[in-house]
Ligand binder design. Sequence first.
Ligand SMILES: C[S@@+](CC[C@H](N)C(=O)[O-])C[C@H]1O[C@@H](n2cnc3c(N)ncnc32)[C@H](O)[C@@H]1O
Length: 301
Amino acid sequence: MRLALAETPHRISPKFFYDAAGSALFDRICELPEYYPTRTELALLDRHAQEMASLIGPEADLIEFGAGSATKVRLLLSALQQPRRFVPIDISADHLQGAAAALRRDHPGLDVHPLAADFTRPIQLPALPDGSRARRVGFFPGSSIGNFSPDEAVTFLRQAAELLRGGGLLIGADLVKDPALLHAAYNDAAGVTAAFNLNLLVRANRELGTNFDTTQFAHYAFFEPRLQRIEMHLLSRRTQTVQLGGEAFTVQEGQTLHTENSQKFTVEGFRRLARQAGFAPGPVWTDPKNHFSVHWLAAPQ
Ligand SMILES: C[S@@+](CC[C@H](N)C(=O)[O-])C[C@H]1O[C@@H](n2cnc3c(N)ncnc32)[C@H](O)[C@@H]1O
């Protein structure tokens, strides 16, 4: 946060959205009528679960990056043949424990091994109880890959290809579409996305002792056509001073704190990105309106 305030343009990683309140707000976003990605991806997983399960294969070690409430994986789990283990990884530690407990309740035979970690850092998977190495398959839904810059996405995918070598990655990628639909999805009428964005400041006030006045920042999200991404910002309504650790930072009226990008892809563009990272792209599933895509990427040995 210090860096975000000290440097212009002011930028902060979206991973800081996700304290317990941020994770709960994200769950509410998923239910919004304007937020097409969740229901579209769920429908794709539901419709093609058998085909996806046969690519994943029996007795897989399934690793989910940014699992959140681990809702989508349930559709896969019911189609999978005897998964060895499920490792949900998330930075929002309390929320992750809750999601893991709910999964254990509903899948009593499943070995659920939550990992509270930052998936941008190298991931050390715990050994399987018998010390063997099962076929590893990653699951990265929600088009969270779009929160990275293209370079960061390749770096993340390279690291994933190495972790999953010999297995594969099932990954959701949101597609370019009518900008009005995109705009509505990040500017919902109920104001939940605005609350999610502003929660970053609430969190900073609580955890870092900043004095952000949340009424003096506006949620601002728009589609940037040149870069084909939604940008989410917090726009300062006036020139104001923010205190952090004994230092004072000025944020000018109209300046923004850039909180998130959400890249939109074409199917071919995404496959190119995956190839660049060392994956061999396989089947792709899209909905009839071409709003969202789910890709199977094989990770070479
Ligand atoms: C957009 S939500 C997606 C949740 C869920 N996978 C879905 O598709 O609905 C992103 C999730 O990734 C987690 N997350 C974001 N950045 C992360 C990071 N660097 N490391 C680990 N988890 C992260 C968040 O806590 C959140 O649960």
